[in-house]
Design a binder for this molecule. Structure first.
Ligand code: 5GP
Ligand code: MN
Length: 335
């Protein structure tokens, strides 16, 4: 993989471009994709943003989101576009299988592939150009760097600023995590200069749910959370029945895994949801417990040091049991 800087001189000649991101895109995935798309369009490129799956309704305020193609509902159309594209940008993920059923088409696409991502263990041999930096707060910060370094600061506008702000806000836990560096705050200062209304972005992302979601959280925290004080660990397991009863939609469970970390002394929080085709895990930690390695080792996953995810094909009951067994091996680190 060549350094991303080698791409900058090529940005001047218009190309057919596809931008894609991980399945069930979150604010960072969608914000970085739409921010980059807007800038490349201003440079004269023909840009299509493809999402591997659907996304949360609370992302629909972002400018350009109405033109994002959901691959699962437009498979042939996306196959055609990928067949014809010259550049493929892969944002906020670093291995094709994070795009679920889109993975095969991405791997097979005969075009220049560009990676911009901040997760661990990138699959660099499969990309022509790119940057992978786990020190970066968010992919949105990396898109901002891309815009700056390629000499395109003048193309920033309020819509791009809002999309990029949403991603960096979400991935830094509203500027709370250690990754919220001085550069992040300098970036925000520049975004504010476009006229960005950051209060509105926060409301759009965090105060944009229906009543059922709040009642669901109440139910889950009262009835579905177990705390293992000897291991400073908490687990939340959500069944299909819970999801149906509260009419839970894509994005409604985002952030739920963070609640147990507000309990004094808790070092690791785990959340598992019984999705149709698999049991999806989320892991969060505080301090020096590495949930990236934990997810890789035990749940076919990965991510960051303090935030990761994984999956299992077992039943909810079995995968919960597996978790309860394996955490006992971490008594020293967690206890
Ligand atoms: P979340 O719990 O919010 O879904 O994911 C937390 C972090 O872990 C995100 O950065 C996400 O990209 C990563 N992640 C989530 N699930 C997986 C997975 O199955 N595999 C890998 N490699 N990373 C994941
Ligand atoms: Mn991210």
């Amino acid at each position: 993989m060549e350094q991303i800087q080698a791409l900058y001189p090529l940005l001047g000649s218009p190309r057919k471009v596809v931008i894609t991101t991980h399945q069930k895109p979150d604010a960072d995935a969608m914000g970085s994709s739409l921010g980059l798309a807007a800038v490349l369009k201003k440079l004269g490129h023909q840009v299509t943003v493809v999402s591997p799956t659907n996304w949360a309704g609370w992302l629909n305020w972002m400018s350009g989101v109405d033109q994002v193609i959901d691959f699962e509902h437009n498979r042939e159309k996306v196959a055609g576009i990928l067949n014809d594209t010259e550049w493929l940008f892969c944002l906020d993920f670093n291995i094709f299988h994070r795009t679920k059923h889109l993975a095969g088409l991405l791997a097979a696409a005969n075009c220049t592939k560009i990676l911009i991502d901040h997760h661990q263990e990138p699959d660099t041999p499969n990309f022509n150009y790119g940057i992978s930096n786990t020190g970066k707060s968010s992919t949105c910060e990396m898109i901002y760097d891309f815009i700056q370094e390629s000499g395109n600061d003048h193309l920033l506008d309020q819509d791009i600023a809002a999309a990029l702000y949403a991603g960096v806000m979400a991935d830094t836990g509203s500027f709370r995590f250690p990754a919220a560096s001085a550069s992040v705050h300098l970036m925000v200062a520049r975004l504010k200069a476009t006229g960005l209304n950051h209060t509105k972005v926060h409301e759009n992302v965090y105060d944009n749910f229906l009543e059922n979601r709040l009642r669901f959280i109440g139910h889950i925290l009262s009835n579905r959370m177990e705390v293992y004080y000897e291991l400073n660990t908490a687990l939340i397991a959500i069944s299909k029945k819970d999801l149906l009863r509260y009419q839970i939609k894509t994005g409604d469970t985002d952030g739920l895994v963070n609640y147990p970390l507000s309990i004094q002394g808790i070092k690791m929080a785990a959340l598992v949801i019984d999705r149709d085709e698999e049991r999806k895990w989320s892991f969060r930690s505080k301090g020096d417990f590495d949930v990236n390695t934990f997810a890789r080792r035990h749940f076919e996953g990965g991510g960051h040091f303090n935030a990761s995810g994984g999956r299992s094909s077992d039943s909810l009951e079995s995968t919960v049991h597996h978790f309860q067994q394996v955490i006992k091996n971490y008594a020293e680190e967690l206890g």
